[in-house]
Design a protein around this ligand. Structure first.
Ligand code: NAD
Length: 358
């Protein structure tokens, strides 16, 4: 029997509640497939501070180094004390720190748009259409302007530099074409090659890589056109590959299409180990109420099965179970609407329902 070691870092806020549901789902997968998940919990963010006086303690780093994958909840700091100065950088100190620790270089943000939830999408119904679809944004995480030099040469001038090298772009290009090949065989690469030298290199590398993927329909798009197209005709997109800065903005744009942050899982790929987490934050407004939507966390677990453990069938089982749950009208509060004949569920009941469909 195959065994995988998972570092479970629920963090604080709703992290603990939604992670419990993801663990439930993983236990169902164990029952169905010949696999064992050794899940070890660790502290991070607000959950680590009281004991360690540190957001990302050494013990958690050791746990991460001894694991095959990280399932991460969310971090914000203790709800009562978030205004205190030590919590100001909690998110930065833990999530950015752990991404750096694993050498995260590629980020995946799938945005599933369900026809059953299209009334929560801010786009008009004729634009969204009446079929479900998903847009996968793949963002380069280790280069570009976020990692360049930032300075203030004088009080009245500021400088941010952006650098990309061929190897970094090559890595995300290969990853993106492979993802497109495995899906609908369409890839849009985003740049600003009419202005930026880093974008001209980006485009050169993507165009060269496209020759290796004859089945993939490849398109280059300037970022300004891309955001217009995403709002005007989102269904034309399936996989979108972006440099760091553009990916940050575009993945936030697509994240509103599903209608709730509670529907969005994500993955960050490191040198050896990958991290899986919901796209939303610690949602302190609903912490401890058992009302959070666990689907983002459960989708993150499915991404982990697919990308860290090559368990594609099991990951598909989870995706299908979520789809069935939505199709049959089961909803947590964030995606529930009165008078539509839907069944409102708590966080834990939603986890049970998804397990039942696995
Ligand atoms: P948030 O994502 O926590 O919440 C925004 C809104 O979305 C809230 O109304 C919340 O209730 C709702 N929401 C989020 N996830 C939900 C879910 N699973 N189910 C139902 N509703 C959900 O963003 P925020 O309020 O701006 O930030 C709260 C804290 O989270 C801050 O301290 C911030 O720094 C931190 N944060 C952490 C991460 C992370 O851990 N990766 C990301 C973003 C923000």
């Amino acid at each position: 029997m195959k065994t995988y070691k998972i570092a479970l870092l629920p963090g604080d806020g709703i992290g603990e509640e939604v992670c419990m549901e993801a663990v439930k789902v993983l236990r169902c997968i164990e029952e169905k497939y010949e696999v064992e998940f050794k899940i070890t919990g660790g502290l991070i963010g607000g959950a680590a501070w009281p004991e360690y006086g540190n957001h990302f303690p050494e013990e958690t780093k050791i746990l991460v180094n001894n694991s095959d994958a990280i399932l991460f909840g969310s971090v914000g700091g203790p709800v009562d004390a978030q205004f205190e100065p030590q919590w100001k950088d909690c998110e930065k100190n833990s999530i950015l720190a752990i991404r750096k620790f694993i050498g995260a270089s590629i980020n995946l943000r799938p945005a599933p748009i369900f026809k059953e939830l299209s009334h929560f999408c801010p786009l008009r119904s004729d634009i969204i259409g009446n079929e479900s679809f998903e847009i996968l944004v793949i963002r380069e995480l280790s280069g570009g302007i976020y990692f360049g030099e930032h300075s203030r040469p004088t009080a009245d001038t500021a400088l941010d530099t952006s650098t990309y090298d061929r190897a970094t772009i090559q890595k995300i290009a290969q990853f993106s074409f492979q993802a497109a090949q495995n899906r609908k065989k369409t890839l849009h690469s985003i740049d600003k090659a009419n202005v930026l030298e880093t974008s001209r290199l980006w485009r050169e590398v993507f165009e060269a890589e496209s020759k290796n993927w004859p089945e993939v329909k490849f398109h280059n798009l300037y970022v300004d056109n891309a955001v217009q197209q995403l709002v005007k005709w989102p269904r034309q997109f399936d996989v979108i590959a972006c440099p760091n800065l553009f990916g940050d903005i575009i993945s936030d744009l697509t994240s509103v299409f599903p209608g709730s942050l509670g529907m969005l899982g994500s993955a960050s790929f490191g040198n050896k180990i990958h991290l899986y987490e919901p796209s939303g934050g610690s949602a302190p407004d609903i912490q401890g109420l058992n009302v959070a939507n666990p689907i983002a966390q459960i989708y993150s677990a499915a991404l982990m099965l697919r990308h860290s453990f090559e368990m594609h069938e099991a990951a598909n089982d989870i995706d299908s179970a979520v789809l069935k749950t939505i199709q049959l009208g089961f909803r947590t509060g964030d995606i529930y609407m009165e008078n539509k004949g839907e069944t409102k569920l708590s966080c834990s009941d939603m986890g049970d329902k998804i397990c039942a469909f696995i």
